[in-house]
Design a protein around this ligand. Structure first.
Ligand code: ATP
Length: 280
């Protein structure tokens, strides 16, 4: 079942446009949302949640139109925005007490269980938590109102590699029974190599790919060659070609491999795909 469907979202800012953003996410999967700084990831997430008003477009959560049934849709979503701050001087237990009033499905036992599991002391204040603990606290809250869709804006930024790995393992565990899905934006593409089933890639406010990670990665190759191998036929097919004194490195669509005879060919990963596409 489609847990999230985004169709033709548009949002105009004086110096930026989100243009016809469309993608969808099935239940039971993790989707990574990538793009350079300023590409429009947060604006997309905020437009989905109607924290900013999109100029046009529709969002559906489990088949329900978000604009028509905002309350019902929001019950299904756990949103964790970057730099989760809440009220720094309030205790976790107090914040949870306020939050639970907005969620009829709030499960106090589940909340206590997640606090224990994430090693969070309810008597601590938010400012006493590390960045990783703040993300975990936000997740504990989202999971305690039984959110089916977790939308996380850069949840792993600012975390050390071990805490990031911990969190990625948790994400995978959270989708294990196929009831939940996770959409998370990140700059750290290696995190997505580890856990994302799907990738949505936004560039200058436009979605340039939304597909399975494997399909995306397999549809490109990294090619290297000498200057002499940079022929007129090959050149237009190279994406983000970087030249140096000895030769060149570029991205090539796998479909165009027949034109790469004699070149050194290596698999692409998300980072190299992004770097070459952005350089183009
Ligand atoms: N309230 C606003 N008013 C005007 N412009 C805005 C507003 N919010 C965001 N923008 C602009 O929209 C563009 C996209 O910003 P957005 O925060 O969505 O990018 P992002 O992909 O999340 O970037 P980052 O990875 O740096 O967080 C930027 O050029 C930003 O300056």
């Amino acid at each position: 079942m489609e847990i999230l469907s985004v169709q033709n979202l548009n949002k105009h800012y004086p110096k930026f446009d989100l243009k016809n953003v469309s993608f969808s996410l099935e239940q039971g999967y993790i989707m990574g949302f990538i793009g350079r700084n300023g590409a429009g990831k947060t604006t997309t997430i905020k437009s989905i949640m109607r924290l900013v008003h999109p100029d046009s477009g529709t969002v559906a959560v489990m088949g329900k139109n978000f604009a028509d049934e905002e309350f019902v849709c929001k019950q299904q979503i756990g949103l964790v925005l970057g730099q989760v701050s809440y009220y720094p001087t309030k205790k976790l237990s107090v914040i949870a007490d306020v939050t639970r009033r907005f969620y009829p499905e709030w499960d106090a036992n589940a909340f206590a269980g997640y606090l224990k599991r994430f090693d969070l002391d309810p008597d601590k204040t938010v400012k006493e938590l590390s960045d990783g603990m703040r993300v975990k606290f936000a997740l504990a809250m989202a999971l305690s109102h039984n959110a089916r869709l977790l939308i996380l804006d850069e949840p792993t930024s600012g975390l050390d590699p071990v805490s990031r790995d911990d969190l990625l393992e948790l994400f995978q565990e959270l989708i294990e029974n196929s009831e939940r899905s996770i959409l998370f934006s990140t700059q750290i593409t290696s995190d997505l190599d580890k856990c994302a089933d799907y990738i949505t890639y936004i560039k200058n406010g436009e979605i340039i790919a939304s597909t399975s990670r494997d399909d995306l990665v397999n549809s490109y190759k990294i090619v290297k060659g000498t200057r002499a191998q940079l022929t007129e036929t090959l050149l237009p097919q190279l994406i983000g070609c970087k030249k140096n004194d000895f030769g060149f490195t570029a991205l090539l669509r796998t479909d165009n491999l027949p034109n790469a005879d004699g070149l050194e060919i290596a698999p692409a990963d998300l980072e190299s795909i992004m770097i070459h596409i952005e350089k183009e």
